[in-house]
Design a protein around this ligand. Sequence first.
Ligand code: SF4
Ligand code: SF4
Length: 224
Amino acid sequence: MRRYVNLEEISDGKIYDEEDMVKADCLDCSGCSKCCQGMGNSITLDPYDVWQLIRGIGLPMEALLADQVELSVVNGVILPNLKMTGEREQCAFLNEKGRCSIHAFRPGICRLFPLGRYYEGDTFRYFLQTGECLHPKTKIKVRKWIDTPDYKRNKEFILHWHDLVNRMEELIRENEDDEFRKNINMMFLKTFYLTPYQTEAASDDVFYIQFYERQKQFQELSTH
Ligand code: SF4
Ligand code: SF4
């Protein structure tokens, strides 16, 4: 989820590139699962996260929405996020041993934590949240910590996605008609989340090709 905060207050004051070393490696978390609990609706899922979940678990989006994922309105835009459930308000993917049961295909925000993205101009870098994870940590290269296949291509996708969500927020801010807001949100959800993606192929190429087709389609539809 996007936050407008004073970086000095929540970080070590530094901005990191992907090749920089950062003190973020929580040494396998050893017994801690703090950031998998009580996170409200803050673990927002982008289309790549959802594609990975569907491919990894083998369930369609509708099934995820019945259980592990929910929809929330963020700055007027309806987006899916990981649902916190039960007495301990914990992620449905946290297993009884306090470990992530979908570690290999966990969402981007989970991969980042305790780092966050800092958007500036047409790119982003990273910052280290200092008050969120108090577990002992060692230094690791940012890119290694994030551990995302084809980092460059994924970063390009995240930037496109960030622009799209910004554009959606703008459209909603500029148009006070409730019917328009509802329809554009439905079109957005349907285009990027609810229309099934092809998930059989092993390669991430399949996702990116589908995403950029859908981006083009959405841009055409939303400008008419
Ligand atoms: S708070 Fe830190 S140590 Fe605990 S689960 Fe999250 S990343 Fe791991
Ligand atoms: S997906 Fe895994 S890492 Fe992310 S909040 Fe859930 S259990 Fe934690």
